[in-house]
Design a protein around this ligand. Structure first.
Ligand code: XMP
Length: 521
């Protein structure tokens, strides 16, 4: 298949920075396909095989002044390809090209301002010589001497080589992080690298991706049958609509309702997909079975395991009931793929067992169809829009597989689920009315297993506490709390207490991640 979409591609060599994925997202936003490969898996041969038009070296936590630290393979610099080093990537480029890097006694973290001291293709249309611009620094090493052929194009008082260039070899490097939002012009610098330096076109768009993905699914699936677990979340919804466009009625979706969905959620999902999209959808109301097994269970991991196990049982039974399938569709995203090949091998301790359909493909002898494997979450949302999914679905906050079970700490009491649903619906309604929904990554109510004393009218109350959570995040890995005004929190609180019987106290969760997690369990 002719594959223009991926023809112009950038390789990002990962040295373990927390923000390497942001580099990839900025490259993609510039309309160019890219992949992240861990530094220790990159060789001259693997680069040639991948066939990039340019290479970006990421930042990383190490210091190049230590003996055993990550290096790019030396041949990377001899392939005639443009290279852009960022932070650690700059330092290792300088060290490997024959310059000097030392451990600085002046570490620099946070906002800084660079003086532009020379013209540079990276700055074209963005920064001019003599100007001064905000960037985000985070480094401990200092460059003492540039390798031959390099010149300085930007500097700060503490980082004299804040940006350097070797035009003959098309090597560029910056000590700051152009990929983060705190470097306001950073995305345009990266775009200058992909387009002006590397000569990439701008073929990577979700409109083009959609067409290609549909073709790929058709050729993978042939005349086989595909089954897809539809939760109503963004990823599974986009997979379902994409597959339906590709293979029509060869697709069956199964929506397992575990009784732990939010207010009206099950109806909304079923109506949208069955009535609006005409997608063959099995709606299995398994709430009695799930709640029967969960009532009284209080340990978070036990809750997750029970739900994950039952989900697979129900899904498998429903799949068999519709005559089985050759393929299982999953909404695996690129960050999951990167995580599983990263040189740290992903998190070393299990903080939470995520609920998914792992194990099913082997059990049912199915192959996987994963049409979103190359995409970041924001690309999935854009693809959803391309496929005509309503904004209200595409822009939805993530909702965890185990649902409200993990938003009810302590023993699960099914009779309290409605209390939680009502409080959650009021909270989200107020967020929407205030126009804040899209600024927030995730917002939800949690019902605490604690009763406190209150007074309403002239009467004593003894009811539950409701906690409100709202965070901003780019990927769910880290999160900051959303800074609501007290006026807003007061309004939500009084509505919840007045309208939800069973709650007489509302608190706001002010914990970022880390040290907290987003969900309470
Ligand atoms: P935590 O609570 O670990 O959550 O900070 C990070 C993100 O993951 C979501 N989450 C889940 N999503 N199945 C899912 O599909 C799960 O079991 C699960 N647990 C947490 C959570 O809502 C947040 O967006």
């Amino acid at each position: 298949m002719k594959n223009e979409l991926h023809a112009d591609r950038i390789l990002i060599v990962d040295f373990g920075s927390q923000v390497t994925q942001l580099i990839a997202r900025r490259v993609r936003e510039s309309g160019v396909y890219c992949e992240i490969h861990p530094f220790n898996a990159v060789t001259a041969q693997s680069i040639r095989q991948f066939g990039p038009k340019g290479i970006i070296l990421s930042g990383g936590p190490a210091s190049v002044t230590e003996a055993e630290t990550p290096r790019a393979p030396q041949e990377l610099f001899d392939l005639g390809l443009p290279v852009f080093g960022i932070c650690y990537g700059e330092q290792t480029m300088v060290a490997q090209m024959g310059g000097d890097v030392t451990l600085s006694d002046h570490r620099e973290f946070g906002r800084a301002h660079v003086d532009i001291v020379g013209d540079c293709v990276l700055f074209e249309g963005v920064w001019k010589t003599g100007e001064n611009h905000q960037v985000w620094m985070s480094h401990g090493d200092r460059i003492d001497r540039l390798p031959d052929g390099f010149r300085t194009v930007a500097s700060t008082a503490t980082a004299p080589y804040a940006a350097i260039a070797n035009d003959d070899r098309r090597f560029y490097a910056v000590q700051f992080h152009p990929e983060v939002v705190h470097t306001p012009d950073g995305a345009r610098l990266i775009s200058n690298f992909t387009h002006r330096v590397c000569g990439c076109g701008g073929d990577w768009t979700m409109a083009a991706f959609k067409d290609e993905a549909i073709e790929k699914v058709r050729s993978q699936v042939g005349s086989g049958r595909v089954i897809c677990g539809l939760s109503g979340g963004v990823d599974s919804s986009v997979v379902a609509v994409l597959l339906h466009e590709a293979i029509g009625d060869q697709l069956t979706c199964v929506f397992v309702d575990h009784g732990l969905m939010r207010m009206n959620e099950a109806d909304e999902v079923v109506t949208l997909f069955r009535d609006h999209y005409n997608i063959p959808l099995v709606h299995k109301d398994a709430s009695e079975m799930f709640l029967g097994k969960l009532t009284g269970v209080s340990d978070p991991e036990t809750k997750r395991k029970i739900i994950g196990g039952l989900f697979i049982d129900v899904f498998e039974a429903e799949a068999r009931a519709v005559g089985g399938a050759d393929f299982l569709a999953q909404g695996t995203l690129y960050p999951d793929v990167i995580e599983s090949v990263s040189f740290t091998g992903g998190p070393s301790v299990t903080i939470k067992s995520h609920h998914n359909v792992g194990g099913l493909p082997e059990r049912m002898n199915m192959q996987l169809v994963e049409p979103l494997r190359e995409l970041f979450k924001d690309e999935v949302r854009e693809l959803g829009r391309e496929l005509g999914l309503p904004d209200s679905f595409v822009g939805r906050h993530p909702f965890p597989g185990p649902g409200l079970a993990i938003r009810m700490p302590g023993a699960i009491q099914p009779e309290n689920l409605d209390i939680l649903r009502k409080a959650d619906a009021i909270y989200l309604d107020e967020i929407r009315k205030a126009g804040l929904y899209d600024e927030i990554w995730q917002a939800f109510a949690v019902l605490l297993p604690v009763q406190t004393v209150g007074v309403m009218g002239d009467a004593r109350t003894y009811d539950y506490v409701c906690a409100l959570r709202a965070v901003t995040s780019t990927d769910g890995m880290t999160a900051d709390i959303y800074p609501f005004t007290m006026e807003f929190l007061g309004r939500v609180t009084s509505r919840i207490i007045n309208q939800v019987q069973g709650i007489n106290r509302v608190v706001y969760d002010c914990t970022s991640k880390p040290p907290g997690t987003i969900e309470w369990e």
